[in-house]
Design a protein around this ligand. Structure first.
Ligand SMILES: [Fe+2]
Length: 222
């Protein structure tokens, strides 16, 4: 069994997640950033030890605590091999992954899904009925595709795949708290997230790149 704790940190409303394997008390941190002391305090409260770092992608606001966590612990860093190349994560001795790989945190197992679009090596982590989506899926939004490495066509295919691959009850745990609620389900996103409801590639690319000017907090569209 496991326990999940989320922290909202930094001026960009990042959501950082800690997963504790209850059998071994090992903790994985997803996207450590902004306030590493807060992350360690949370780990202490959970009575666990940080042994792994899982990155959803390598943008600054998701990785700016990585080096300090590596410095203060014996943790192993995990990143998609394409993202590592894109990031230039040299010197951190990351374990490089491909989509479909499984990760072990004590007796807890996660699966990596390669979900390019926001960056070339973005991933989502699946843990039972939970999907940690980084900047791929936001609650009623999705990550920008106009930053370096962004690709709106890839994002279209990624969201199509996500919509078809997971049960409607699957919980979506995004990398930012940009919406009326911090988490959601695949079913709610299929219904109310505009990015899951544009049926053509051309229409999606045009909306993502030129027309998406909704203000935060994001809510459902009908
Ligand atoms: Fe990002």
């Amino acid at each position: 069994m496991y326990e999940i704790k989320s922290l909202k940190l930094g001026h960009m409303d990042n959501l950082i997640y800690l997963i504790k394997d209850k059998k071994t008390n090992e903790i994985a941190v997803i996207d450590p950033a902004w306030d590493v002391d807060a992350i360690f305090n949370a780990a202490d409260k959970m009575e666990g030890v940080i042994t792994q770092i899982f990155l959803t992608h390598s943008h600054y606001d998701h990785v700016n605590g990585v080096d300090e966590v590596l410095h203060r612990t014996d943790a192993q860093l995990h990143v998609h091999k394409i993202e590592d190349r894109f990031w230039g994560g040299a010197g951190r001795n990351a374990t490089l992954h491909s989509g479909g790989d499984h990760l072990k945190l004590g007796s807890t197992e996660l699966k990596i899904h390669h979900t390019p679009g926001h960056t070339p090596g973005s991933v989502c982590y699946e843990l039972d009925g939970n999907l940690f989506t980084g900047d791929t899926v936001f609650v009623y939004g999705c990550g920008r595709c106009n930053l370096r490495g962004g690709d709106p066509e890839a994002m279209y295919h990624t969201l199509n795949k996500i919509g078809k691959s997971f049960a409607p009850e699957m919980t979506v745990l995004p990398g930012h708290d940009y919406a009326t609620c911090p988490s959601s389900t695949i079913g709610q996103q299929l219904n109310g997230n505009p990015f899951f409801n544009i049926k053509t590639l051309h229409g999606f690319v045009d909306y993502r790149m030129n027309k998406h000017y909704r203000s935060m907090p994001y809510g459902p569209v009908s």
